[in-house]
Design a protein around this ligand. Sequence first.
Ligand code: CP
Ligand code: NVA
Length: 319
Amino acid sequence: MPDKARRHLSELDLTGRSFLTIHDFQPAEIVSLLDLADALKDVQKRRVEHRFLEGRAVAMIFMKTSTRTRMSFEVGIVQLGAQPLFLNANDIQLRVGETIKDTANVMSRYVDCIMIRTFAQQDVEDLAEHGQIPVINGLTDAHHPCQGMADAMTIREHVGKLQGTKLVYIGDGNNVAHSLAEVGAKTGMQVVICTPDDYKPDAEIIARAREDAKETGASIELTSDVAAVEGADVIYTDTFTSMGQEAEHDVRLAAMRDYQVNMALVERAGPQVKVMHCLPAHWGEEITEEVLYSPHSVVFDQAENRLHAQKAIMAAVIA
Ligand code: CP
Ligand code: NVA
């Protein structure tokens, strides 16, 4: 039996909670979720059954495209013994005018949890407020908390610790940067977000993360100087043009040209540095193919860890 995973799960008291941002959780809860994710990864690797959600159902609403989030949730739900329902934007009434409130009330009668990927963070908050089941944020314009959890799990694996780890996020101050700042604040990391002045992360989210950082000894620094990568344990980047910003592609590429993660930048960080990217990557824009496939890169372990981290979140909020 998957005893260690079950013990970690029984120690967590998150049943019924929605997972909308990392900020909403206490540092100890974040660490416990990461411990559960590690234990779930171990049982999955050993092919030990862990059907903690037998007989349950999880709906997955996608108002934006996805490869990793869709696959890792769907596979993870089945591994936990539950039924996944993939609801594509084009197929559901939400897209053509049914309200969030009605959708939340109806879905609460059929399933035990909703994962949603959409545009406005407020829509995710409204879904959670009006429904009677936990909601998991699978990415909004403002946050990507499941990604942040998988990233922290990956950093623990490859750097060995989170406390004091220097993570330099470089490029666009977007949803992924926000969730990294939040998870870094909760786990004692030294987070540096390096962007052009016009592409800084949201001031309110950063202020909130800095408040959280006081509790853990973390730091959240903003800069526009790529020299920040020197001595980094981790360099992290994401697309310069997020979903919904396609019309700004050329302007963004020009503005962030000097923020590309290429071999010269990696060498500037030092031989210890690990490179991360949430994917999908755009070769020749925010990162080069050479870096993505270099020994510094941990991006495919990072992508795998989406599965384990999200299983931990689902098990904790549903079980
Ligand atoms: N990283 C991530 O969320 O990937 P997808 O957009 O493919 O789900
Ligand atoms: N910042 C990107 C992340 C994709 C996983 C986006 O929002 O499109």
